[in-house]
Design a protein around this ligand. Structure first.
Ligand code: CU
Length: 158
């Protein structure tokens, strides 16, 4: 009887873990490991980000590294100068890896969340974000093949 009880508890634990996983994979979290959506009424430092393809077949962001102070708000002004649709997905490295695996299964996913934008060729987008914890984070394009072609950049929060 006691063994059976433990098994049931174990199962509930697994289910709860599964639910957390789905939530993390949605990418549309209000708060996440990387910080929280910015407050438009407070000052923010503007960081310009360009997305494009290169002549030698790579896909890149400029810049590839952004330094931020903990507690600072950043307004990322993103311009897609490429010929393909690209994404700006700001998150922890781990969450981006999970999300990337999810997108490999569902390539048509489009994003419009506080930390997560799909940007058509020639278009712009903005992400206003507050970095609350020191660490190294990432913005990346998770469209299948793009990350591997170079579309990742680090955000170092100190
Ligand atoms: Cu891309």
């Amino acid at each position: 009887m006691a063994v059976r009880y433990v098994a049931v508890i174990g199962m509930i634990g697994t289910l709860a873990l599964g639910a957390t996983q789905v939530w993390a994979n949605s990418g549309g979290t209000e708060t996440s490991g990387v910080g929280e959506p910015g407050d438009a009424k407070k000052p923010a430092r503007v960081v310009l980000v360009t997305m494009r393809e290169t002549d030698d077949g790579k896909m890149v962001y400029i810049p590839v590294k952004v330094d931020v102070r903990s507690g600072e708000q950043i307004r990322f002004k993103i311009t897609n100068q490429g010929k393909n649709e690209h994404e700006f997905v700001l998150n922890t490295f781990e969450e981006n890896q999970e999300h990337k695996a999810e997108m490999a299964k569902n390539p048509g996913m489009e994003h419009d969340d506080p930390n997560n934008k799909t940007v058509a060729a020639g278009k712009t987008a903005e992400v206003l974000w507050k970095f609350t914890k020191p660490g190294t984070y990432e913005y990346a394009c998770l469209i299948p093949g793009h990350y591997e072609s170079g579309m990742r950049a680090s955000v170092v929060v100190k």
